[in-house]
Design a binder for this molecule. Structure first.
Ligand code: NAD
Ligand code: WQD
Length: 339
């Protein structure tokens, strides 16, 4: 029996596939390469020393999904596939609702019709919205999202909760990621954003490599120790290992569970800049810019539920996150080669 990984060629998916293969699972990857390159699949094979099947397929393509479920023995699905750029989602809300929500509904219908009722879903800390106070706990109220991307995650959580209420043969884990950064220790796989990065760490590493002139720090007048925004950065390999635990959980129960995957520690933008400079030995010029719409001062997790129920906790610190990001950036200044 295999685990189907949607979006497995992407940033978090590729790291998770390696950890699943290392843990002895058989995997099948599905991706449409909207935001990834085929080369990441070669590197998953190289790093794990293991082979797997791959389907080029869109999660909105019901016939394509039926073909996979008919031909493969799938026990559970880890569902990463989706669009994730906050700014783009404000410009293209219909594409986001179609891809993320439409795609998830089609995937779940195909799963149900083929008797596969175990799913781990990539949710986000963004579902906590603007009004909760950190540390964020899973039982806090969600909603009040500030952009269509975040709203897709909030709505998918509700859809999956309704699905479980209607049929508790399902087993569902909603994983709320905080801010994933870092890369595999080898420097062979990592985050490969298209165009100018939206997120802090890829922006910093592109400034450090000389592709961008200067980091804009969005506001230094927040109510935080140094005035810049505070977030819960988590090493992508720790996040990947959280998925191995979560998929074990869904395969062993018929429950719906929600888990924060974060470290529980908040770092400011300036903390990240300084840690990156130290780890890379390279300067990161920055200037203070206006606040970015939709940003909040502080967001970090209470990760204790995942520790208690999954036996998982993040082990890798900020220094390692910066060193590993830098190794990937240095060795792959232009990301993965084109297909
Ligand atoms: P990513 O863009 O690197 O990976 C997503 C993958 O899904 C890509 O390979 C893309 O080609 C594929 N994909 C997109 N739409 C598809 C479709 N319709 N059919 C098939 N494949 C499709 O993103 P990531 O950072 O690895 O994020 C993975 C998941 O985690 C996403 O759902 C994202 O919203 C969620 N998430 C990410 C973050 C983050 O900061 N990176 C934080 C919280 C949640
Ligand atoms: C982090 C901090 C910025 C860029 C986003 C999504 C969230 C989740 C993770 C998917 C903030 C500051 C950033 C820059 C800066 N993704 N910053 N200059 O906003 O916490 O979360 O990614 O689910 O949904 O909203 O992450 O990396 O964009 O920003 O000063 O060029 O860095 O203001 O304080 P964020 P981020």
């Amino acid at each position: 029996m295999a685990i189907l990984v949607t979006g497995g060629a992407g940033y978090i998916g590729s790291h998770t596939c390696i950890e699943l293969l290392n843990a002895g699972y058989e995997i099948i990857i599905l991706d449409n390469f909207y935001n990834s390159k085929r080369e990441s699949l070669n590197r998953i094979k190289e790093l794990s020393g293991k082979d797997f099947k791959f389907y080029e397929c869109d999660i909105r393509d019901r016939k394509g999904l039926d073909n996979i479920f008919e031909n493969e023995k799938i026990e559970a699905v880890i569902h990463f596939a989706g669009l994730k750029a906050v700014g783009e989602s404000c410009r293209k809300p219909l594409e986001y609702y179609d891809n993320n929500i439409g795609g998830t509904v089609t995937l779940c219908q195909a799963m149900r019709d083929h008797g596969v009722k175990k799913i781990v879903f990539s949710s986000s800390a963004t579902v906590y919205g603007m009004n909760n106070i950190s540390p964020l706990r899973e039982d806090m109220q969600t909603g009040g999202t500030t952009n269509p991307y975040g709203t897709t995650k909030y709505m998918i959580e509700i859809i999956l909760q309704d699905l479980y209420k209607a049929d508790n043969e399902w087993s569902i884990a909603l994983l709320r990621y905080f801010n994933p950064i870092g890369a595999h220790k080898s420097g062979r796989i990592g985050e490969d954003p298209n165009g100018i990065p939206n997120n802090l760490m890829p922006y910093i590493s592109q400034v450090a490599i000389g592709k961008l002139p200067c980091l804009n720090i969005f506001g230094n007048d927040y109510d935080t120790p140094d005035g810049t925004g505070v977030r819960d950065y988590i090493h992508v390999v720790d996040l990947a290992l959280g998925h191995v635990k979560a998929v074990e959980k869904v395969m062993g129960c018929k429950e719906l569970n929600i888990y924060n995957l974060g470290t529980g520690t908040g770092y400011s933008v300036l903390d990240i800049v300084n840690a990156f400079k130290k780890a890379s030995g390279v300067d990161v010029p920055y200037k203070i810019a206006p606040r970015r719409d939709g940003d909040i001062a502080t967001c970090y997790s209470d990760p204790s539920k995942a520790l208690k129920e999954l036996g998982w906790k993040a082990e890798r610190g900020l220094e390692e996150m910066c060193e590993d990001t830098w190794r990937w950036q240095k060795n792959n200044p232009d990301g993965y080669p084109d297909d």
